[in-house]
Write a protein that binds this ligand. Structure first.
Ligand code: SF4
Ligand code: SF4
Length: 212
């Protein structure tokens, strides 16, 4: 697991937007975030009336410095975040993931409960094609986006329009409570990167940090 992740300003904004929209109202977080945004776009505002949708629209409208964006990331991800450069000298934000002590218990909770249908990327599909994994590709659906682009969806019963409720690659180890992924070396990026941060683990019920 990575101890830190590097985000460009655009990626940091998107990560914050996803966090706001994914994890319910997070009233305390919203209250702590407001002072950072206040005075730019949200005046006058009533903290109690701020919704996550409003917060996202404010975030999209305001022009935050990298330092302010790092402070925002620190609040939102409940982690240290600082301005810095990646190995290509690109300026952005380093965020501590809090995942140093993470150990997957193989409980299978993420595979069984999280909605991953929309998270298949063209890179995933390319990797499966490059490796001749037609068995995996048979479970991938395609949908046309509004601009005519192809969006990939997982997992669709082969030769049907029906999507599975749970992942077809998950197996319970016989005589054990643990689960195993039968495409471990080929699993989609969404699975490879889960959980990305300690907050991600906590908010989605992953017990790998031993706190649940
Ligand atoms: S929920 Fe966490 S601990 Fe359980 S299988 Fe998924 S990553 Fe591992
Ligand atoms: S591909 Fe593997 S890791 Fe991903 S949901 Fe299925 S069983 Fe879990």
């Amino acid at each position: 697991m990575r101890d830190q992740v590097f985000l460009t300003a655009e990626e940091a904004r998107e990560a914050v937007r996803i966090d706001f929209m994914t994890y319910g109202s997070q009233k305390e977080l919203m209250a702590s975030v407001l002072p950072l945004l206040a005075g730019r776009e949200v005046r006058p505002y009533v903290p109690e009336a701020i919704t996550r949708e409003r917060l996202v629209s404010v975030l999209e409208a305001v022009d935050l410095s990298l330092e302010d964006l790092a402070a925002l990331c620190s609040l939102v991800f409940n982690a240290s975040a600082r301005v810095g450069c990646d190995r290509h000298e690109q300026l952005g934000i380093w965020v501590d993931t809090g995942m140093e002590s993470f150990v997957c218990t193989r409980c299978g909770q993420c595979c069984l409960k999280l909605d991953f249908h929309r998270d298949c990327t063209s890179k995933d599909v390319q990797r499966w094609q490059d490796n001749g994994r037609h068995d995996i590709l048979a479970w991938v659906g395609e949908e046309s986006g509004p601009d005519g682009q192809v969006n990939y969806r997982i997992w669709r019963h082969p030769n049907t329009p029906l999507y599975t409720e749970t992942c077809p690659w998950l197996r319970r180890i016989p005589g054990d409570r643990a689960f195993v992924c039968t495409i471990q070396d080929m699993k989609p990026e969404v699975c490879l990167s889960y959980p990305g941060t300690a907050k991600h683990a906590r908010m989605t019920g992953c017990p790998g940090l031993g706190r649940d």
